[in-house]
Design a protein. Structure first.
Length: 146
């Protein structure tokens, strides 16, 4: 009789431990995604310099690499439905804007971007979120006149 009760208690403790583990992992990943969302949301509708934008580009690259976001054969991140982050930069060219993905900027060298646009002003003009998870899906920075 004691062995059966002991066995039931052990099974209950194991199930409880596994449940706590999964809840802890879920909450940790949720908190991490909220941190990332809040970082990007803090740039919404404020003006930043190109040097700070270069830091955001590097941070986005690191985040995608950390999340193991896949790349296509051109080296661009493939959008998924949960946690990929695409970033676009709209640069002024004459009277119009050209839109570039950050992978293109990174391939040309972030130092070249800083040399050309380090003192330029940019503004976050658009943030979109994944419908499934609510994580940042894509973000657009536009060069603005000072």
């Amino acid at each position: 009789m004691k062995n059966k009760i002991l066995l039931i208690v052990i099974i209950f403790i194991i199930i409880l431990g596994i449940s706590i583990y999964f809840v802890y992992n879920y909450r940790t990943s949720f908190i991490e995604s909220q941190k990332i969302n809040n970082i990007y949301k803090s740039y919404e509708n404020i003006q930043i310099l190109g040097t700070e934008l270069a830091s955001i580009i590097n941070q986005t690259e690191d985040t995608n690499a950390k999340l193991s976001t896949e790349k296509n054969k051109e080296g661009r991140y493939i959008e998924n439905d949960t946690d990929s982050i695409k970033m676009y930069i709209k640069l002024q060219y004459k009277d119009d804007y050209n839109t570039y993905e950050i992978e293109r900027i990174l391939n040309n060298g972030i130092d070249n971007f800083i040399k050309a646009y380090g003192t330029a002003s940019f503004k976050c003009t658009e943030i979109n979120y994944h419908e499934k998870t609510g994580n940042v899906k894509d973000i657009t920075f536009t060069e603005v006149d000072e």
